[in-house]
Design a protein around this ligand. Structure first.
Ligand code: DP6
Length: 359
């Protein structure tokens, strides 16, 4: 599908108001999106696990209005939150063409996360996808239910991408691919698509324990981060590598090859950080405790032959990914050896999930 196909051409404009609520999960990339072009087009394909527990719940209440501009207020955890407005305004400007009723209404956006705000966990994927889904629910209402479930999800992902790139991977589960690539014929730069291959039992119900090493605000915003890839000396090689890793990972997920999965996922995480360390300006987003945890994981794996591995976002927190069958062994390891490296001993237990849901 082309961007043009997502323009809503006609709709029932007699509806005066209403309210819709969605919950949408966060996701964790296995092959990382890092670098983008104009209009939120990724420089390379990415693939992620959709999470279950870390999610945003958003209610959008809409009331017909006369004025000619965007009008909205945002409440975060029941407090008026103006700090979120610029990001949402930019989002509305980007999607205006595709959601022509946006200026017809005043919106009250009420949102909350299941994870603590200051946990260093990015809420843009779950937050932007939840708003996109609410707007798609409005579109469905105004189209008198004449849109298919497939179109609903695809356009929700398309809109979410315009809010935050990785948000387009939060609509569905268990794995989502975003960015045109040869390994997945239906993949697109415009929206995420479900991993459409038979997932091996080894990866069903995969677990993600998120170790909160640094709960502070992000040191490098995603906009600054992605821009670091512009003119980066290793950018082209990195983008090629992501295509290769998508293909290798696809084969692992089908064949159940956990050992190769571990190598690709950890290499992707370290490559993401290597890109930041070698950009201009350069950043080190890991903390000493991030490295302590990585070394402990490697030692644990050498001793126990475990399938446990780590991945990182653009920050210091560490995601521990492991098969469901290893759950008790890994949590024992976390509690005895890793909690000491977490801020206030905090970590979050999550697992691979099925995607967003209407409430
Ligand atoms: C390191 O989706 O937050 O988490 O499109 O600018 O909103 P914007 O960026 P964002 O970038 C996420 C980068 C990442 C890797 C990933 O999730 O693939």
């Amino acid at each position: 599908m082309k961007a043009y196909d997502f323009i809503l051409k006609s709709y029932d404009n007699t509806i005066e108001g209403g309210s819709v609520t969605w919950e949408s999960p966060s996701n964790i990339a296995l092959v990382k999106y890092w670098g983008k072009r104009k209009n939120q087009i990724p420089e390379n394909p990415s693939i992620s696990f959709t999470l279950t527990e870390c999610k945003t719940i958003t209610e959008v209440t809409f009331t017909k209005k006369q004025s000619d501009d965007f009008s909205f207020e945002v409440y975060f955890e029941n407090q008026l939150e103006d700090a979120f407005k610029p990001k949402i305004k930019t989002f509305f400007e980007r999607i205006d063409l595709y959601v022509p009723f946006l200026k017809d209404f005043h919106f009250k956006i009420t949102t909350s996360n299941t994870f603590p705000h200051s946990s260093g966990i990015a809420s843009s994927a779950s937050g932007m996808s939840a708003i996109a889904l609410c707007l798609m629910d409005m579109e469905r209402l105004f189209s008198q239910n004449e849109i298919s479930e497939d179109y609903f999800k695809r356009k929700a992902s398309f809109l979410a991408r315009l809010g935050s790139g990785s948000a387009c991977r939060s609509i569905e589960g268990e794995l989502v691919v975003w960015g045109k690539n040869k390994s997945f014929k239906d993949s697109s730069d415009l929206y995420g698509v479900k991993f459409n291959q038979p997932l091996h039992d080894n990866f069903k119900n995969y677990q993600d324990a998120i170790l909160l090493v640094d709960k502070g605000e992000k040191q490098v915003s995603s906009t600054v981060g992605h821009n670091l890839m512009l003119g980066h000396p290793f950018a082209q090689k990195r983008f090629e590598q992501a295509h290769e890793n998508i293909e290798y990972l696809k084969n692992c997920l089908i064949s159940g090859d956990v050992k190769s999965f571990v190598k690709i996922v950890e290499s992707e995480a370290l490559t993401l950080h290597a890109m930041m360390m070698t950009s201009n300006p350069y950043f080190i987003l890991m903390k000493p405790n991030t490295l302590e945890i990585i070394n402990k994981i490697w030692a644990f794996r050498a001793e126990t032959n475990s399938g446990l591995c780590f991945t990182l976002d653009a920050g210091a927190n560490v995601h521990l990914l492991f098969p469901k069958a290893e759950e008790s062994k890994v949590y024992e390891f976390i509690n005895s050896q890793l909690v000491a490296y977490c801020e206030n001993g905090h970590y979050i237990c999550d697992s691979i999930g099925l995607g967003a849901a209407k409430i």
